[in-house]
Design a protein around this ligand. Structure first.
Ligand code: DGT
Ligand code: CA
Ligand code: CA
Length: 595
């Protein structure tokens, strides 16, 4: 897949052009980069089957960018990009990751201080060379140093959403080998953590029962693995374990096992470490010994072929991998096994989601057709409904709609629903309004009242005090028509911390006023995160899991949100977009008693 590589180049071109003060073009390149990142198909395949016209037909990719993609596919480079890079030899993509540092600032930093990369920047900030340049005094410097600190902490970890498709591809490739029997992801990726350190894969050999033949097979599998085209370094190659670095920057560990020990190895290598330690302790208390080779009583093997069996012998119901963080799941598993109260949750599943309520279209530019396209995809995905929810007027860069436009869109939504009659599918019209610094929404009530539902999110002034931000959001929660707070903490993974917030207060207000909190499934957000979502659930707050799709292919991110919901012990009954269309409509319509 060259999509990622091209996206990176286009982001950089956007930054270079912005440095030079070029108008409009930077956003065209960034948009193309976003589109490529979100694309399910490989652009190289699109180009091979449909030529340059096929590229131009992709939403958000115009003629000149299509030509550059073609150039890259044909020659492996883009001259225009190389020229820009030569003129400004800085690691712009590295520097702009820091919050508060933009391309223009990068240019000044380079011209005045010769800063080319993060290391230079950190040094300069520590020596107080930056403050005099921008006239903001020490505040800017402090912020830059904090930003660098934050980045360092998250470096070396990769987003679940970026790594999962690749891990599955590897799983598929390995499964297709004739020497391989079973393949299973383990480690944090099996537990679906929001970020992943490395990919762990376990596989079993199709054994013939003869040791020499099995060794040959193991060798073949490991040869295949360490010679994959994307492998750039082999850390370690053996018959039972190999470890490689891929050109995407992350490592993959592959472990080969015999069928007999598969369960105990899977349990061990799925972790988390904390879960394993607690299990081992419990095993000891019951007179067993548990390790990666099996569950033992003295020297006798009690269980090892499957995780289920090991849990059962320990008197625990099977614990889904997403829960294995030693956060009460072992006791819950014991309770379930004994059929007592406070057992394991009946975790939500992707197929239980009946519709996506946070979806953006290009209605502002392309009208009804752009919504119809999304509706078609949603129907293919098996949804019963969809909520279109555009940005609103304060958010100009996202083409936020004003009152008039929302009412015009309403007419289009009605038309689409008329054409959907008898299909069992329904289109809701919502909106993703902006929660202004004072807690008001940026659309008049008389219009909000006419929408099917109103959502609100913070898109500006992130730097308020904890007290003010909490007040701001609670005011929105009390708004008579608002029903959902989207991406409630505002964090961007590896980029921006959550804003300061008294989350518990927000949760309590949401409960009081019947407002749902979102688990935003965008791979860059996953907000609420697992911990906060569990708190919300524990307080009886309703959850909605949505993709925040800005292009059709993003609808597939739903599974990422669902996996975080599972990590938060969330069940179908907690989630409003598992409700039937009628039931969710009454959730939307329920009026608040405002005190
Ligand atoms: P990551 O890769 O940092 O996102 O997190 P994990 O959980 O995948 O950790 P990793 O890759 O270091 O190890 C994979 C699993 O192997 C881990 O979840 C549990 C198990 N494991 C590794 N080292 C230890 C250990 O020292 N003690 C125990 N109990 N388990 C371990
Ligand atoms: Ca791992
Ligand atoms: Ca590992």
């Amino acid at each position: 897949m060259i999509n990622e590589k091209l996206a990176k180049i286009f982001f950089e071109i956007g930054d270079f052009l912005e440095m030079e003060g070029v108008q409009f073009k930077p956003s065209a390149y960034r948009r193309a980069a976003m589109v490529l990142k979100g694309l399910e198909k490989d652009v190289e395949e699109i180009y091979k089957s449909k030529g340059i016209k096929g590229l131009e037909n992709i939403e958000g990719i115009g003629e000149s960018i299509a030509e550059k993609i073609q150039e890259y596919i044909k020659t492996g480079k883009i001259k225009y990009y190389q020229k820009l890079k030569k003129a400004m030899p800085v690691k712009v993509e590295e520097l702009v990751q820091i919050e508060g540092v933009g391309p223009k600032m990068v240019k000044t930093l380079y011209k005045k201080l010769g800063i080319k990369n993060l290391e230079d920047l950190e040094k300069a900030a520590k020596r107080h060379k930056i403050a005099p340049l921008f006239g903001f005094g020490e505040k800017t410097e402090k912020k830059i140093l904090q930003g660098i600190e934050f980045l360092k902490k998250s470096q070396g970890r990769f987003l679940l959403g970026e790594i999962l498709p690749y891990a599955r591809e590897l799983e598929r490739l390995l499964s297709s080998l004739p020497e391989v029997d079973k393949v299973c992801l383990a480690g944090s990726i099996r537990r679906r953590k929001e970020t992943i350190g490395d990919i762990d894969i376990l596989a079993t050999i199709k054994s013939s029962g003869k040791k020499r033949e099995d060794l040959k097979k193991a060798e073949k599998i490991m040869d295949f693995f360490t010679n994959l085209p994307e492998v750039v370094k082999v850390w370690d190659k053996g018959m039972t374990k190999s470890s490689v670095r891929t050109n995407k920057g992350f490592d993959v560990d592959l472990r080969l096992l015999s069928k007999n020990e598969f369960g105990s190895a899977l349990l061990y290598f799925t972790g988390s470490r904390e879960h394993s330690i607690a299990l081992r302790k419990l095993a000891l208390e019951k007179g067993f010994k548990l390790n990666e080779y099996g569950l033992f009583k003295g020297k006798r093997i009690v269980a090892r072929q499957s995780e289920e069996e090991i849990y059962r012998k320990l008197g625990i119901s099977f614990i889904p991998p997403e829960l294995r963080e030693n956060q009460g799941e072992i006791q819950a598993g014991i309770n379930s096994f004994r059929k007592q109260g406070n057992g394991l949750p009946d975790l939500i599943e992707l197929r239980q989601i009946k519709g996506d309520l946070h979806v953006h279209s290009e209605w502002w530019k392309k009208g009804r057709k752009s919504i119809e396209k999304i509706v078609n995809r949603a129907r293919e995905m098996g949804y019963n409904y969809l909520g279109i929810s555009e940005h609103t007027k304060f958010l100009k860069i996202e083409h936020g709609l004003d009152e008039k436009q929302l009412l015009r869109q309403r007419k289009d939504v009605e038309k689409i629903n008329a054409s959907l009659k008898g299909t069992g599918f329904y289109l809701f019209q919502g909106a993703e309004t902006n929660i202004m610094p004072d807690g008001s929404l940026d659309i008049e009530d008389r219009v909000l009242k006419q929408l099917d539902y109103v959502m609100g999110g913070v898109h500006s002034n992130f730097k308020m005090s904890k007290e003010k931000m909490t007040k701001r959001i609670i005011k929105a929660i009390k708004h008579p028509y608002l029903k959902v707070i989207v991406h409630p903490t505002g964090r961007i993974l590896k980029q921006r911390k959550a804003y300061q917030l008294d989350f518990l207060k927000v949760v309590k207000a949401a409960k009081t006023y019947g407002v749902a909190l979102e688990i935003n499934s965008s791979p860059f957000r996953l907000d609420l995160n697992d911990k906060n979502a569990r708190i919300a659930k524990d307080y009886g707050v309703k959850i909605t899991i949505n993709t925040d799709a800005h292009q059709i292919d993003h609808l597939r991110y739903m599974e990422l949100g669902v996996s975080q919901a599972r990590r938060a012990w969330i069940e179908k009954k907690d989630v409003i977009n598992c409700l039937s269309r009628r039931a969710i409509d009454s959730f939307f319509k329920k009026s608040k008693i405002i005190s």
